[in-house]
Ligand binder design. Structure first.
Ligand SMILES: Cc1ncc(COP(=O)(O)O)c(C=O)c1O
Length: 399
């Protein structure tokens, strides 16, 4: 008799985006003439940078020639050209990572979930409330206990280091989805010290690091900018938002060589070795063509072109922030993040309905990311300029 992994029975119904989709569909069917501006899902709208497309076309041509054709990749960690390019990128903001500490992935979602495989069921996992839902779901699927670190209006939606609670694994995300809040170096140092004291591991989701404004040197782009983080953290990175790779799929995960974990008897194991073993058995790499496209992101021209797209989105974020500033509505994000997280002064779902039915703008109810999100609402800056301006006009009319 085949037995189910009971973790799957403990998952909550994943109803957030399904429910949003259903409500939009029903509204559209009942009101066919009314166009909806979608500012809910955090997907990009600009195309890939020309330099990325060129690199992928060149790589596709190589795949059609006997001498340059590529099959399985030997290392299973990604081609060295891309690992070296990613290490060079780290270096550009002052962080020293060796190429063989970098694992090329098909994106941050897979690795932030898959990483739980190598940590036993008896780990207590701490997740901020609110949080990107993957952290909770993948921990529950792996039968781990989940506890929460509150991120609230009072803390600026940054999770606060707990005083008397012990966690073994900690998910942190900065700049944060959904709240847009970014850790200062001091705040992140607090978490690193907590992890070191508790021999815990931080899984640090840096999917939005590229949105940190160049003039904000006190908001680290990487947890490895913090002293001691190499002994307690894994960093998960993505080109999805950095370079418009949501449909192209490529990211990288950084596991420092000195990072350790333990068995019940206290025997020490090397995390990089075990993660490498796990990847060797369960992952066969990212396509060569995509890895060449990703390499181009880190080239000087790639950096220039992809930063132009980020600047476009951040101008949307500025327009949105300005609107909420003028309306005197509290919000976080918008500065180092493509998300605006604002106080809607009513249950989040009620506001969702109001904004949709009165103004035909779709966003994301904050409560979908955790109980502390109720009364808050997320809008993304990934829309077009025209839609952003129009949506803000409608928000002004409503609020
Ligand atoms: C915090 C966070 N991590 C990871 C991801 C997923 O990234 P990827 O497309 O690289 O899987 C997202 C996507 O929205 C995200 O918001």
């Amino acid at each position: 008799m085949a037995k189910i992994n009971k973790g799957f029975l403990n998952l909550k119904e994943n109803y957030l985006f399904i429910e949003i989709g259903r409500k939009i569909r029903e509204y559209t069917e009942a009101n066919p003439g009314k166009a909806i501006i979608r500012m809910g899902i955090g997907d990009v709208t600009l195309p890939l940078a020309p330099v990325v497309v060129e690199a992928m076309q060149k790589a596709a041509a190589e795949m059609g020639v006997k001498e340059t054709f590529k099959g399985y990749e030997d290392s299973g960690r990604g081609y060295s050209f891309l690992r070296e390019a990613a290490a060079g990128y780290y270096k550009s903001f002052g962080v020293s990572i060796e190429p063989d500490e970098i694992f090329i992935s098909d994106g941050a979602k897979s690795d932030s979930g898959n990483i739980t495989d190598i940590f036993g069921e008896n780990n207590v996992v701490m997740v901020s409330d609110p949080a990107y839902p993957v952290y909770v779901d993948s921990s529950i699927m792996n039968n781990k206990q989940v506890i929460y670190a509150d991120a609230t209006e009072e803390t600026g939606f940054v999770p606060v280091v707990p005083k008397d609670v012990k966690a073994d694994l900690i998910y942190l995300c900065s700049p944060n989805n959904p709240t847009g809040a970014a850790f200062t170096k001091e705040q992140l140092t607090g978490w690193v010290n907590y992890a070191l004291e508790n021999k815990a591991v931080i899984i640090y989701d840096a999917a939005y690091e590229a949105f940190i404004s160049p003039d904000c040197d006190n908001n680290p782009r990487s947890i490895f900018a913090v002293e001691g983080a190499r002994r307690c953290a894994i960093e998960i990175c993505s080109l999805s938002k950095t370079a418009g790779f949501t449909g192209t799929r490529c990211g990288y995960t950084t596991v420092p060589k000195e990072l350790e974990f333990y068995d019940d008897s206290g025997t020490v194991y090397n995390v990089l070795k075990i993660w490498s073993r796990r990847q060797g058995s369960k992952f066969n790499g990212v396509p060569y063509i995509i890895q060449r496209g990703a390499e181009a992101v880190f080239s000087p021209e790639g950096m220039k072109q992809t930063r132009e797209a980020i600047a476009y989105y951040m101008e949307n974020a500025r327009i949105m922030s300005e609107t909420f500033d003028e309306l005197g509505i509290k919000y976080t994000g918008g500065k180092n993040s493509p998300y605006i997280w604002f106080k809607c002064n009513m249950p989040s779902w009620e506001f969702f309905d109001l904004l949709l039915t009165e103004k035909q703008v779709a966003g994301t109810p904050g409560v979908g990311f955790g109980k502390n999100g109720d009364g808050w609402f997320r809008l993304t800056a990934f829309s077009t300029r025209e839609n952003t301006i129009e949506a803000m006009k409608r928000v002004r009319e409503l609020l």
